[in-house]
Design a protein around this ligand. Structure first.
Ligand SMILES: [Fe+2]
Length: 399
């Protein structure tokens, strides 16, 4: 057993063993990665020293723990990060891992601060990176539904709430609701969660109890805003009252729950499952359109459909070879476009100067490095004025 001053612990330190406070309460039962958020949380909780009990060397990592570690790695491998950094997604994954791990080990409380920090970090990036919404379409994973689904639903809920024009605090609240919406699945036997064959009526009944379990688990915790509890409780309700667990309908359903419900269905549709292929974003929104008015409140679903549709239109505009108008009024052509872990890298060749005069030599600009230039909009080839490569600026209402 070793006492360690918090100030001595560096970000990224991994302690393989039990971490407790000097008052004896166990903070983390096993392997813990000290993220920036975790260190800040401990400081906030006025914990300046921890007690570390190393795992016995001969004790191998259990299959369960190995599986947990692999899951995080799988998430990070499978994620296309869009405008969100790998580190932020990692924080979310670790935070979710800690919640589920603690709960599976009999500790029934949720590390709510850690969830908050993760979701807020994602939101900061969505807010400061205008292309993050477009890139939301890329935030998909191939495998492992449970973790990825919670993170995806959190992110999609955040983005939709932002589009609905809610203030910052509400957007974060809805994001947290999305992140925690399925927490009640912890109370459903894993054999049932992972079952790929058709469920019996009794099994369906048990599966459908997960919103009530979410309610039971979270409503006990006074730190958790009741609206978050409600989002988890209502995310399978339907506009026509044919959902579960209570069958409430129409305006009795909280708008926040409808947002999380939409994010949940959209993510489920666009993810590969053992029993179905992944639908494309286009197919998924057309399915959601079909269920608008029965499953989903039209007022919110239409906003969601338009938003994804606009994102698709924008996305299709920017390919290698696309012509774009920069904020400097220079015309350029995309010559390199690649999604990296920490965002999109775009290199353009400038074709004209800001006065529409054709350039005599090729100038390449990496827009990630050049902070003064950014893409204002795409330019269709028919907007060009003959050989001079001039954009017919007056034809555009965007200018
Ligand atoms: Fe659910």
């Amino acid at each position: 057993m070793k006492k360690i001053k918090l100030e001595k612990i560096k970000i990224g330190t991994l302690l393989d063993g039990k971490i407790s406070t000097n008052k004896g309460s166990i903070l983390y039962p096993n392997k813990t990665l000290f993220t920036k958020q975790l260190i800040e949380k401990l400081k906030k909780d006025k914990i300046d020293e921890i007690i570390f009990e190393a795992r016995e060397k001969e004790k191998p990592i259990s299959d369960e723990e190995k599986k947990e570690e692999d899951k995080i790695e799988k998430i990070l491998e499978g994620f296309h990060y869009g405008g969100i950094t790998r580190e932020t997604i990692r924080e979310s994954a670790i935070s979710f891992r800690n919640i589920t791990y603690n709960m599976l080990n009999g500790n029934d409380s949720i590390d709510f601060d850690s969830c908050k920090n993760s979701i807020f970090a994602v939101y900061e990036q969505i807010k400061t990176n205008p292309s993050a919404i477009v890139n939301l379409l890329d935030i998909k994973t191939h495998d492992d539904y449970t973790y990825c689904h919670s993170i995806n639903v959190g992110i999609i809920s955040l983005a939709l709430a932002q589009k609905m024009g809610y203030d910052d605090e509400t957007v974060k609240l809805i994001g947290l609701g999305g992140f925690l919406h399925d927490i009640g699945k912890i109370s459903i036997p894993a054999s049932l969660i992972n079952k790929t064959s058709v469920l019996s009526e009794e099994e369906k009944r048990i599966m459908k109890s997960h919103p009530s379990h979410s309610y039971r688990i979270m409503s006990k915790d006074k730190n958790i805003n009741p609206r978050i509890v409600n989002m988890a409780y209502e995310h399978h309700e339907r506009y026509d009252g044919k959902g579960y667990p209570r069958g409430i309908s129409g305006d009795k359903l909280d708008d926040y729950s409808v947002i999380v419900g939409l994010a949940d269905v959209y993510d489920a549709l666009t993810t590969v499952r053992s029993y179905k292929p992944a639908f494309s974003p286009e197919e998924s929104i057309s399915i959601i359109e079909t269920y608008t008015g029965s499953h989903f409140a039209p007022r919110i679903a239409e906003k969601f459909i338009n938003d994804i549709q606009n994102s698709l239109n924008k996305k299709n505009d920017f390919n290698k070879g696309s012509l774009v108008l920069l904020n400097t009024l220079e015309l350029a052509q995309i010559v390199y476009l690649k999604n990296h872990a920490d965002g999109e890298e775009v290199v353009v060749n400038l074709l004209t100067d800001s006065k529409n005069k054709k350039l005599n030599k090729t100038i390449s600009v990496n827009l990630n490095d050049d902070k003064k230039r950014s893409i204002k909009r795409s330019v269709k080839f028919n907007e060009l004025d003959g050989d001079s490569l001039k954009v017919n600026l007056t034809s555009s209402t965007n200018l």
